[in-house]
Design a protein around this ligand. Structure first.
Ligand SMILES: C[S@@+](CC[C@H](N)C(=O)[O-])C[C@H]1O[C@@H](n2cnc3c(N)ncnc32)[C@H](O)[C@@H]1O
Length: 452
């Protein structure tokens, strides 16, 4: 289906008006914006006319937001547990006007009760739901929204996809990532795996007693037929890269306060806020935070994130990013004696040693460099004074600079050897990504060296 046709289906589905933001029960997209395809960032939102600061650009009706509440509303249409509806204050019986078609996935929905909903995190519930609804295809009332999700190939640069789907082929490239990136990849992977495991064991219990008469075939009772790893991964990444913060009556904690918002999720990221967002019981709003000229792209800031973070969480990097930093933890920790390590650990200063893109050395790094100069850190008064903010650490400066120079030289050497090793790899776009990560590190290292 052509993009324009899918977009017009989305507008119809979410009852979109273009002339009246206040009409209750309807979504709104300003006639002054349109979706445009950009070579380096996929689809984005562009101003087609002058826009004044403060103007409302988008409003999405609550029933068309995909979050734990609307997921429960959809599931409740099939669930045999009446109590499930009590979970959501102001429960909308018709939700977004779901069709009632039934299949092996809705037979799982039938068995989901209020207790089950409480046992899964919002992320897990949404991953399960999106994974199911993608496979339900035209049977899903969310199809107009899900049809506009990106292609899996848009996430090929994300190390999580190399690790989950192509671990063997990418083992070498993963091992060539900077150490701090490897740790970030590992933490994203652990989050993904935890969610997959939780959903898998939840489903295992639900389909165990699926009666043979209802089985599509003998194979139909395997968990992997309900949540194939590639579709589950795709659903998980879509949520991770497109979710926005929104309070929710079902939220058990801050991490559960999330929603997906059709159309709003076309906003690309830049470090400066161009657009603001606001969520209330009336819907999800996007407004202009400055004036815009026709032709300008509108951006949302996803947060103060370095390229390493953006690549691992969302699968892209920025050419210019003042939130980049150089993580030197691995270089510092290998110099520490056991007592120095213990001192840093017991004072909460062990690890996460960084230098910013403007060569500012973080306080944690400053402390670690000072600790390296103390044979018995536990007994050092100046060290304690530095940590407690009574002393500026001037006596450590000279040797801190010397240690830092040695570290930066090692960083520069490693950047050069690692980048030349991966240049020959067959996957040019992935190896370019890794080279870019080293490029960032090299630039900060050289600039910091110059400023020492
Ligand atoms: C919320 S979506 C934005 C819309 C998206 N471009 C699309 O085509 O659907 C977030 C995704 O857009 C891409 N993206 C966002 N900002 C970007 C940027 N500044 N440069 C490159 N890609 C970007 C990344 O693939 C990211 O995972």
């Amino acid at each position: 289906m052509e993009f324009e046709e899918s977009l017009s289906k989305l507008f119809n589905w979410m009852k979109c008006q273009h002339d009246d933001v206040k009409k209750s029960g309807y979504s709104f997209v300003s006639p002054k914006v349109k979706v445009k395809s950009y070579a380096d960032s996929g689809r984005g939102i562009q101003a087609t006319e002058k826009i004044a600061k403060g103007e409302t650009l988008v409003k999405i009706e609550p029933s068309y937001l995909l979050n734990s509440s609307t997921v429960v509303e959809t599931i409740s249409k099939y669930s045999r547990d009446e109590k499930i509806k009590d979970l959501i204050p102001g429960f909308r019986k018709n939700g977004n006007g779901a069709s009632e078609s039934k299949d092996k996935f809705t037979r799982v929905y039938e068995k989901i009760d209020a207790e089950d909903i409480r046992s899964l995190s919002a992320f897990q519930l949404m991953s399960l739901f999106i994974c199911f609804e993608i496979q339900r295809d035209s049977g899903s009332s969310w199809q107009p929204f899900l049809n506009l999700m990106p292609d899996m190939k848009d996430f090929e640069q994300m190390p999580l996809t190399w690790k989950v789907l192509k671990a063997k082929d990418y083992e070498f490239l993963l091992s060539q990532l900077p150490r701090s990136t490897q740790q970030k990849v590992e933490s994203v992977y652990n989050r993904f795996q935890k969610d997959y495991d939780a959903v898998e064991s939840f489903l295992r219990a639900k389909i165990r007693d699926e009666s043979p008469g209802h089985r599509e075939n003998q194979e139909g009772n395997k968990v992997s037929d309900y949540i194939p790893i590639d579709i589950f991964l795709y659903s998980w990444i879509c949520i991770n890269s497109r979710c926005l913060y929104m309070d929710n009556p079902l939220s058990k904690n801050k991490d559960d306060c999330m929603t997906m918002a059709p159309y709003v999720d076309f906003l690309n990221h830049c470090a400066l806020h161009h657009c603001g967002i606001k969520a209330s019981s009336l819907g999800f709003y996007v407004f202009a935070m400055r004036d815009f000229e026709p032709g300008e792209q509108l951006f949302l800031s996803y947060g103060p994130h370095s390229n390493e973070f953006l690549l691992c969480e969302y699968g892209f990097m920025l050419v210019q990013n003042h939130w980049n930093d150089l993580n030197v933890t691995e270089y510092i920790t290998q110099l520490l004696s056991p007592s120095q390590k213990e001192f840093l650990q017991s004072n909460g200063y062990y690890g996460d040693y960084t230098i910013s893109s403007s060569s500012d050395i973080s306080f944690r790094t400053e402390v670690a460099l000072a600790v390296l100069q103390e044979e018995h850190p536990q007994e050092s008064r100046p060290l304690k004074a530095l940590i407690n903010g009574y002393y500026d650490g001037a006596s450590y400066d000279k040797y801190s600079k010397q240690i830092l120079k040695t570290i930066l030289n090692a960083v520069i050497r490693d950047c050069n050897t690692r980048t030349s090793g991966i240049k020959k790899h067959a996957d040019k776009s992935v190896s370019k990504c890794i080279q870019d990560l080293y490029g960032v590190r090299l630039k900060i290292a050289l600039q910091t060296m110059e400023n020492l």
